[in-house]
Design a protein around this ligand. Structure first.
Ligand code: SF4
Length: 583
């Protein structure tokens, strides 16, 4: 264990790179804490997110490479979606490849003079002009990058953007190793603004094994591995995967359908995890160093000729993507959902934001708020063909309407009308109409993600309208997740990685923490992230929750507006308190 963070600084404008060492401050830990610390150091708080001076930061944690499910990389950036500090996480091979380059983090600033790819290994850093990749889709870009950088296959991670990122769509994502993503809040557009089509992390270095030659390491590794592989803790993620949530949420009347106009539909069976598994599932795969394998790959068979001519494609699916381009768009055929997932993937858009944006556009068209002249295609819930075209229009900003929609659903609704039914909670909603705690949690949460605190489970497990219980749940969960995200562990591994086990794992590698110290550090990271978000413009008092959410009726009855607003006010106060006292 080194007592310094080794950080690679890349300046694309100057075509220069350097290595800088930072003291291993406790409050940085790694991952989420490290990215926030580096952002505070390198960001320009007055400049626009697309300004070349803004950093794109990749960070891994102290357990990466040493423990299972420590398979994620944190990416910190100033989001073009809302102009605030944001974080997104991805797996694939990214974390292990970065570990094997020998860096704890990479900070990329500047703008390449032409469309380029950045290749980083333990020995070299190259910026290679790739103008011929201009506007190429994610799949073809991946294929070509594998040919351009043939070395270190299996130890190499390929990050790339599609046309949506190059066109600066505010919810363009970065595709990682084909089936994983740095999704949500527009990191793909930041790469586009830097003229960076791809980043190749060639993990060609070595991982020091000395720290693992102790009894303590073996004992805690075995214990964590036992929980992951020999108990039911993560079993569901491998079997049906998160797609198994479709039916239970539909039964609770908590699955958003047709732009959240309904919350249940008997046709859910057609797009359930069970149906996907029986009809489409080809295989499960995993991020590097994860024994779970929760990534479900479906086989898409597409007829392309008048006779019996078919194309076969492998498309990843999960609960959130099925909700976004399935139930939210009224799609009730599993292969149609897979087709839309493939279309969204190809252009490099975030699937949740895309589905929710198109659901709003569909209702707006039905209500006459916008016209066919604007949508160019007759969007209709349940109709595949218009959505396929609309996805491309959105990625390429085909006209003024799609250019506005690509900025975010609420921004489009503010311009064209229909704010009341824009399903936006800080960003386009995730698939949980579970109630007040979830709506407040996503609207105000740090990443505006269902994974900030998992408040949908508070709605489901607690039949309580106790404000302080709800707030404590959200803050405690968020604080614990700050710790796990600083390692950087997969959030599906929560049962294996209690604070005690994280503490034992760190100490087995030569660190020296108590559980109480880790809890304090997690709180400091939580506070410094809030401070950054507030410093970059977030005001929790100004967050609005659209009227559509007050109309939701689920298994508990109608949404309680008084409870929702009291909860929102109380959570906003806590956020401001935390943000004023960064660690
Ligand atoms: S559980 Fe799934 S997302 Fe998490 S690390 Fe494993 S394969 Fe990746």
């Amino acid at each position: 264990m080194s007592n310094k963070f080794k950080v690679l600084l890349v300046d694309l404008t100057q075509k220069k790179a350097s290595i800088q060492y930072f003291d291993r401050k406790n409050n940085w830990l790694g991952g989420s804490g490290l990215a926030a610390g580096l952002f505070a150091q390198f960001a320009d708080f007055k400049a626009d997110p697309f300004d070349p001076c803004q950093p794109l930061i990749l960070a891994i944690g102290p357990l990466t490479g040493y423990f299972p499910m420590m398979s994620k990389t944190v990416l910190g950036f100033l989001s073009p979606y809302h102009g605030q500090y944001a974080e997104t996480h991805a797996g694939g091979r990214s974390a292990l490849s970065l570990r094997f380059t020998g860096y704890d983090a990479i900070v990329i600033k500047g703008r390449a003079s032409q469309l380029s790819c950045l290749a980083i290994s333990s020995k070299n850093i190259e910026l290679i002009p790739t103008p011929y990749l201009h506007k190429l889709d994610v799949f073809r870009t991946g294929k070509l990058l594998r040919k351009i950088f043939p070395e270190h296959s299996g130890h190499r991670s390929i990050l790339r953007i599609g046309p949506a990122g190059e066109n600066l769509a505010n919810f363009a994502l970065i595709n990682v190793d084909t089936y994983r993503h740095f999704g949500r809040l527009g990191s793909g557009a930041i790469m586009g603004a830097k003229n960076l089509k791809g980043i190749v992390l060639a993990g060609d270095g070595r991982l020091p094994l000395e720290p693992t030659q102790t009894r303590e390491y073996t004992a805690i590794y075995d214990e964590i591995f036992r929980i992951i592989t020999r108990t039911r803790a993560v079993h569901k993620y491998h079997d049906l995967g998160t797609a198994q949530n479709l039916i239970p949420l539909n039964e609770l009347q908590a699955l958003p359908w047709r732009n959240l106009q309904e919350t249940t539909d008997p046709k859910v069976q057609n797009i359930s995890g069970e149906t996907f598994a029986e009809k489409l599932l080809l295989r499960q795969t995993a991020c590097a160093h994860c024994p779970v394998g929760c990534i479900h790959i479906g086989l898409l068979r597409e007829k392309f000729g008048p006779e019996h001519e078919f194309l076969y494609r492998q498309v990843a699916y999960d609960y959130e993507p099925i909700f976004a381009v399935g139930s939210m768009l009224g799609m009730t055929q599993e292969n149609h959902v897979l087709t839309l997932l493939e279309d969204v993937e190809r252009v490099g858009l975030d699937v949740i934001s895309t589905g929710v944006a198109l659901a709003w556009a569909t209702e707006a068209l039905q209500k006459g708020v916008i016209t066919l002249k604007q949508t160019l295609v007759p969007l209709k819930f349940g109709e595949l063909a218009p959505y396929r075209q609309a996805i491309s229009h959105l990625a390429f900003k085909k006209n003024d309407f799609y250019a506005h929609l690509a900025q975010g659903t609420l921004k489009a609704a503010q311009k064209f009308g229909g704010e009341d039914f824009a399903c936006v909670l800080g960003q386009e909603m995730a698939g949980y109409a579970t109630g007040e705690a979830y709506f407040v949690s996503q609207a105000l949460g740090f990443r505006h993600s269902h994974l900030d605190s998992g408040a949908y489970s508070f709605d489901q497990k607690e039949n309580s309208k106790n404000i302080s219980r709800a707030i404590n749940f959200m803050l405690d969960q968020e604080r614990y997740r700050c710790l796990l995200n600083s390692m950087v562990g997969c959030l599906f591994g929560r049962k294996a990685y209690s604070v005690e086990n994280i503490c034992k794992a760190l100490n087995s590698l030569g660190y020296s923490f108590t559980k109480e110290q880790l809890e304090e550090i997690a709180q400091n990271i939580q506070a410094s992230r809030w401070a950054l978000k507030i410093k970059t413009g977030f005001n929790p008092d100004q967050v609005k929750i659209p009227k559509r959410y007050l109309e939701v009726k689920n298994w508990k009855g109608k949404i309680d507006a008084d409870f929702l607003y009291q909860l929102k006010k109380a959570y906003a106060q806590e956020i401001k308190k935390l943000g004023q006292n960064p660690g």
